[in-house]
Design a protein around this ligand. Structure first.
Ligand SMILES: [Zn+2]
Length: 305
């Protein structure tokens, strides 16, 4: 009995034994993880994160959720329909309504769990603050090595990204700037049309599930390749139609598609240029229409092939 009490005291740190070492938290991390705050919707880095791996506790590194259970809930926070066994604890929230979820190991506040919303067959949504998590990628090298990339400029990158992200075999789409001279340009600089950069998207795709040709065809069908001075209502050099090819094979395919379109009577203005450095745009430009929950004003699908 004495031994038991001693052990219990030791584990709680009451006897002067050191408390468990947790990761140091920033003020914003503390606000959510310790003080049970909530990050702004769509502000977290894992909302649209799709890589394969495990999400672990920011504070104690315990594995909590796996990417296979993550789904798109359009609520603005990472959502999982399941947690790793025993990883999380559920408890009534202080608001008396919701059910709070915390890390079983260290008690870090993660978010809340909801049932009956019918998002997935499991009918459960663990709504988690990105800031409460870290991500550990599975087989990092294997996964990224097998992906290939394509770079397209077809006017406002919000619209091109919107449609590319929905294409089969696409792993990720990043909105950014390329083709110009200025290093790390800002959106404002590119908008002024003085950097030489174009608004563009970088599409990472799995060549086992789609092809460059399929994506290039889609590109020609989600913007108007005959407009010369910009795209739709967006006029200026930075909105021109350009395919930035990464190798001779991509160039050949792009040329072939332009030839097909010309034979169909389209006066294609799309330029081909070798790919150069691609600068990611600011975070608020990523998944712009998804975040707004609206359809693009600048792009639409038109069958051309
Ligand atoms: Zn923890």
């Amino acid at each position: 009995m004495l031994a038991y009490i001693f052990l219990a005291a030791l584990m709680s740190g009451a006897s002067g034994a050191p408390a468990p070492e947790y990761n140091k938290l920033t003020a914003e991390e503390r606000r959510v993880i310790i003080e049970k705050g909530t990050e702004r919707p769509w502000s977290g880095k894992y909302v649209n994160h799709k890589a394969d791996g495990v999400y672990v506790c920011k504070r104690c590194d315990a594995p909590l959720f796996q990417s296979g259970d993550k789904f798109d809930s359009h609520c603005g926070w990472p959502s999982f329909d399941d947690a790793l066994e025993g990883a999380i604890k559920k408890q009534p929230d202080a608001d008396g309504v919701r059910t709070e979820i915390v890390c079983s190991n260290c008690g870090a506040h993660l978010g809340h769990v909801f049932h009956g919303e019918e998002f997935t067959p499991k009918n459960t949504r663990h709504c988690v603050n990105s800031i409460s998590l870290n991500f550990v990628r599975r087989q990092e090298t294997d996964e990224t090595e097998k992906m290939e990339a394509a770079v397209f400029a077809g006017g406002c990158f919000w619209g091109v990204e919107y449609y590319m992200e929905k294409a089969k075999g696409v792993h990720s789409v990043v909105a950014g700037f390329t083709g110009g001279r200025k290093e790390s340009p800002s959106y404002e600089e590119v908008c002024k049309g003085v950097t030489g950069h174009l608004e563009a998207v970088k599409v990472e795709y799995d060549p086992g599930k789609t092809t460059y040709e399929e994506l290039a065809r889609l590109f020609f069908e989600i913007h108007d390749p005959t407009q010369v001075n910009g795209q739709g209502p967006d006029i200026g050099e930075q909105y021109r139609s350009v395919i930035f090819y990464k190798n001779e094979e991509q160039k050949k395919i792009a040329l072939k598609l332009i030839q097909i379109l010309k034979e169909k009577g389209y006066n294609v203005s799309t330029e081909l240029r070798p790919a150069s450095v691609f600068y990611e745009a600011e975070e608020y430009h990523q998944d712009y229409y998804e975040k707004k929950g609206v359809k693009p004003y600048c792009h639409g699908y038109t069958k051309r092939f």
